[in-house]
Design a protein around this ligand. Structure first.
Ligand code: AMP
Ligand code: MG
Length: 417
């Protein structure tokens, strides 16, 4: 007669004899094996936002290119001594884009507007609000240092300075700096093409009717959007059932088309875990038993030279594995280097006891200066992913967290490149 196996006294511990790789070790290993795979291209500034710089960028022009006035007022030669001052005004005016070409004699002043280059004879400017003017003279109180209210040429950036380092992801502010320093185009990398494939017989396409026992494919819209937000070119590879041949054919065509393949589902060692089984059969897999909750299993492999990230099927685990593992790895492949998310210490608005042996990420958000966590830790609870605005990281060791203890919080935004 068949009977159930006896309970083991370590049944809640991590499996004995198997090595669970700590998160940091797994990350260090990934980091050491990867390198950029994308080619460079030159793009005009208006198409460079979010792209990774392929080379250091040098200013072609100083900012500002000429010394100029930082205020509306009157310019003259400084310094000015303490006490009441009266200076004659000379004819004319200097404005931004309309320089004054004459010379301002020592002891005279010239009307000047913000951004106007300093004419010969002017190194100091007084604010118009501090001056009385009768049309031919100005009166004000000294002292005034030489150079007051004036900007020096190149005080921000000098021509030939390196303004951006290779690997930087171009921001809107970078476009301002590039434009100001005379750059009209940037050498960037092509976007990393990341294919997203869902696997599982139970999955139905959004918009179709879900039959008995079927569920909608929730991972694919999430992962495509997330990878797009990270600055990659996310490519929809659709979904395949739990069928070895179909999966193999799909991976074959994907490998020719994208730089990296991200799958979800079928990554552990069960009967229907075809991603894992196929990669194993083809000798191309690295099973990662990572000491991470939620997250395991993760299958990393190569398919015809294209790396595959085999994520777990549970949407919560799929998202967390993407943020913690895939994102820094994809960043390296995209040429942006290894990026650590920026977390910060926040008082806990929850209590929790945690066993040693694995790192945990809790769905979390900050309210009234405290970090609160989602009521359930179930890895199928998609509503908690949506409720959360970030993750709390609990280290690998044991922890007993009381209200008000400092915990490490990572806003979702800190994972975006
Ligand atoms: P698996 O990793 O294939 O064993 O799947 C683990 C769990 O995640 C199962 O409950 C699956 O039904 C579910 N799952 C797998 N893929 C998806 C998906 N694309 N969207 C929503 N749930 C999924
Ligand atoms: Mg499955």
């Amino acid at each position: 007669m068949i009977k159930p196996p006896p309970l083991r006294n370590d049944c809640f511990a991590l499996p004995a004899g198997t090595h669970w790789t700590p998160v940091d070790e797994a990350l260090a290993s990934l980091r050491s094996r990867l390198s950029p795979v994308t080619a460079a291209e030159v793009l005009p500034l208006d198409r460079a936002l979010g792209r990774v710089l392929a080379a250091d960028v040098t200013a072609l022009r100083s900012n500002p290119p000429l010394p100029n006035t930082a205020v509306d007022g009157y310019g003259f030669a400084g310094p000015i001594a303490e006490g009441p001052q009266i200076l004659p005004l000379i004819q004319g005016r200097a404005a931004a884009g309309i320089p004054f070409d004459g010379i301002v004699p020592a002891g005279s002043a010239l009307r000047m507007l913000t951004g106007a280059p300093l004419p010969q004879g002017v190194d100091t400017v007084i604010l118009e609000e501090d001056v009385n003017c009768d049309g031919s003279q100005i009166a004000f109180h000294g002292p005034l240092k030489r150079g007051a209210n004036a900007r020096r040429a190149g005080e921000d950036v000098s021509a030939l300075d390196v303004v951006f380092a290779k690997g930087r992801v171009v921001t809107p502010a970078d476009l301002a700096l590039a434009a100001a320093t005379g750059l009209s185009q940037l050498q960037v990398r092509q976007q990393l093409r990341v294919g997203v494939l869902s696997t599982g017989d139970e999955l139905v396409e959004v918009g179709q009717e879900a039959g008995h026992g079927q569920i909608y494919d929730a991972n694919r819209p999430m992962l495509l959007a997330l990878l797009g937000q990270m600055g990659f070119s996310a490519v929809d590879l659709g979904q395949v059932g739990d069928n070895r041949d179909a999966l193999e054919a799909r991976l074959d065509s994907a490998a020719a088309d994208v730089d990296v393949i991200v799958t979800s589902g079928g990554a552990s060692a069960g009967d229907e875990d075809h991603v894992s089984a196929l990669l194993t059969e083809k000798g191309a897999i690295q099973h990662w038993r990572i000491a991470l909750k939620p997250g395991r299993p993760l299958a990393l492999g190569m398919w015809q030279g294209t790396p595959i990230f085999g994520l777990p099927g549970n949407p919560v685990a799929a998202l967390i594995c993407t943020l913690i593992f895939a994102r820094p790895a994809l960043g390296v492949m995209a040429g942006a280097g290894w990026a650590e998310p920026q977390g910060f210490e926040v008082p806990a608005g929850f209590e929790k006891r945690k066993k040693p042996g694995r790192r945990e990420y809790l769905r979390a958000r900050i309210r009234q200066g405290r970090v609160e966590t989602f009521a359930s830790e179930g890895s199928g609870r998609i509503s908690g992913l949506s409720w959360a605005e970030g993750l709390v990281e609990l280290g690998d060791g044991a922890a007993e967290i009381a209200q008000g203890d400092l915990v490490r919080y990572y806003p979702y935004g800190s994972f975006i490149l």
